[in-house]
Design a binder for this molecule. Structure first.
Ligand code: AP5
Ligand code: ZN
Length: 217
């Protein structure tokens, strides 16, 4: 199964992707997590991405598309993928369509998570991320870790992401509206989009998402 997850920053894409990927037995591929892993390992790719991420802008397509394709090529052997944060503009969507077509593959669905902007701001302000693995995500009020400042999964230190400042979040939301939202129409034209509300408890949203994906595929 090949699914794309779309939604504004802080919508809960990473949180939902972890559960959906497990339920569907496919790997979760997050370009944001891949960039953050490269930054913490000090790779050239991480060095190229960092300034763009800190400013809340998109990392250039030349860097992003190659990295995403490399990871997707590995996922072929794992039964598909759940893409989180890619594609993020129309040119990335066109590149993804072309590379799937070249392999005789297609997407099964695009899950669009809808959340009002004031909720997104609350979710991002309280988010705490694990230094060891940025897919380990908590929230100080909504899903607090058992021990303050410590990751439940691996014991790593929890921190507030550098791009979670008020100013950068405002920029990320602008970029979402201008660059990422148009991919929803791109995929609507292919009849692939299912939109759900991402409000409510995490497990309620997962249930809603699984039902929507079942209906769409
Ligand atoms: P990325 O890491 O993809 O960030 P994002 O899209 O801004 O999304 P977030 O990680 O902020 O939020 P999320 O929707 O995953 O929410 P989460 O589950 O954490 O990208 C970062 C940067 O990398 C970009 O700005 C760009 O520079 C670069 N980049 C990445 N991909 C790129 C690409 N393809 N092209 C170019 N550049 C790219 O949840 C948020 C919080 O809410 C958490 O604390 C969570 O615990 C809480 N929460 C989740 N669900 C609920 C719920 N139901 N109720 C209450 N709280 C909840
Ligand atoms: Zn951790």
């Amino acid at each position: 199964m090949r699914i794309v997850l779309v939604g504004p920053p802080g919508a809960g894409k990473g949180t939902q992707a972890a559960f959906l990927a497990k339920n569907l037995s496919i790997p979760h591929i997050s370009t944001g997590d891949l960039f953050r892993a490269n930054i913490s390992q000090g790779t050239d790719l991480g060095k190229q991405a960092k300034a763009f991420m800190d400013a809340g802008n998109l990392v250039p397509d030349e860097v992003t598309i190659g990295m995403a394709k490399d990871r997707m090529a590995q996922a072929d052997a794992e039964g598909g993928f759940l893409l989180d944060g890619f594609p993020r503009n129309v040119s990335q969507a066109v590149a993804l369509d072309a590379s799937l077509k070249a392999e005789g593959q297609q997407l099964d669905g695009v899950l669009d998570l809808e959340v009002p902007e004031d909720e997104v701001v609350k979710r991002i302000a309280g988010r705490r991320t694990c230094r060891n693995d940025s897919s380990h995500v908590f929230h100080v009020t909504y899903s607090p870790p058992k021990e303050d400042g410590v990751c439940d999964v691996c014991g790593g230190e929890l921190y507030q992401r550098g791009d979670d400042t008020e100013e950068t979040v405002r920029r990320r939301l602008e970029v979402y509206h201008s660059e990422t939202e148009p991919i929803i129409d791109h995929y609507k034209a292919q009849g692939l989009v299912v939109t759900i509300s991402a409000l409510g408890k995490v497990d309620e949203v997962t249930k809603r998402a699984m039902e929507a994906l079942k209906k769409s595929s």
